[in-house]
Design a protein around this ligand. Structure first.
Ligand SMILES: [Zn+2]
Length: 323
């Protein structure tokens, strides 16, 4: 089985963005060391809007330089880089040493088709100047890849041929999110044109979905309890606050949820269950999502145990090499 572990490389978008050091540089350094130990590649999706905004802000130039160096380091080591767009950065304002985010413009569909296409063009051009290996994959910020039609031409021009924003069964229509992946093709991956959730056999793009599965309320009880009583092991390295939206704590603690297979913190305890399920259903590959900002000491340890256990009998690959 091919296993692609992918990382959305970014700050937080809530009240506090957190520091570049703790949300991006430090946890990613640890991930790159982990990848080196087992000689496996990862796929990173750097939040390009953030970097472009940092260019405009002299106080952020030092962080920006370190981030660029880290991106070029992983690019040089053979990890893949994909296009990740959180377009709200277009409206973000730097005030008193902090970023203020306007989540009324959280997703590309909150902009006109023309504006959204320019964002795709600018962000892709910015990244491809940094990289020795041009990007071919896209992941929408907050999984919000619908509708895709307004940006499909710009994506194609930018060299994008793969999307990995969809996870089967996923749906969130609470502001600022909007996506519905409850009805997707019943195949491992598929081609599409206007909507990554709809198969079009003539489509230019390929959807390689993120794996998903059910998480019981018990899982979230454990997650919240451990976080409270053993913060040293279970507190994320990232020091920001997530954006609101996407289900209440009470909801998570009372009913089962279909969510992404994830390497974030305590979610990593479910990677073996996810792999068993993928093998049972004869899936040819498994895409895992994670966020350096959400890594915890416990999660890193669990992720390493997973990789150590499977790196000989399974093939850890970059996203685009699944095709
Ligand atoms: Zn993101």
């Amino acid at each position: 089985m091919k296993i692609a572990i992918t990382w959305d490389y970014e700050l937080f978008f809530g009240e506090r963005s957190g520091s570049v050091e703790q949300c991006m540089l430090e946890p990613t350094e640890r991930l790159l060391a982990l990848a080196d130990r087992y000689k496996i590649p990862f796929t990173f999706f750097p939040d390009t809007g953030c970097l472009i905004k940092f260019e405009e802000q002299p106080e952020c130039h030092e962080d920006l330089q370190r981030v660029k160096t880290q991106i070029q380091t992983w690019d040089g080591k053979g990890h893949e880089t994909g296009l990740h767009i959180h377009p709200h950065w277009e409206k973000s304002v730097w005030k008193d040493g902090h970023w203020k985010h306007d989540l009324a413009h959280y997703k590309l569909s909150d902009f006109s088709g023309e504006e959204a296409s320019r964002i795709v063009e600018r962000y892709a051009a910015y990244m491809n100047v940094l990289l020795a290996h041009p990007m071919q994959s896209y992941r929408a910020g907050g999984w919000c890849a619908q509708p895709f039609a307004p940006v499909s031409e710009a994506m194609q021009k930018a060299g994008i041929r793969i999307d990995s924003s969809v996870f089967k069964g996923g749906k969130n229509t609470t502001k600022p999110y909007r996506y519905d992946y409850t009805h997707v093709p019943n195949v491992p991956h598929w081609t599409f044109t206007d909507d990554p959730a709809v198969l079009d056999s003539e489509g230019f793009f390929t959807e390689i979905p993120i794996a998903s599965m059910h998480y019981s309320p018990l899982f979230f009880w454990k997650l919240f309890v451990l976080g409270r009583f053993n913060p040293k092991q279970h507190k994320p390295i990232g020091n920001g606050v997530p954006a609101k939206g996407g289900g209440s704590k009470k909801d998570l603690l009372t009913r089962s949820h279909r969510l992404c297979v994830s390497a974030d913190g305590y979610f990593s305890t479910q990677l073996n269950r996810a792999l068993n399920k993928a093998q049972r259903t004869n899936a040819p590959f498994m895409v895992v999502i994670g966020h350096p900002k959400a890594l915890t000491p416990f999660g890193l340890f669990t992720l390493e145990a997973f990789i150590a256990k499977h790196h000989r009998n399974h093939e850890f690959v970059t996203l685009s090499s699944i095709l």
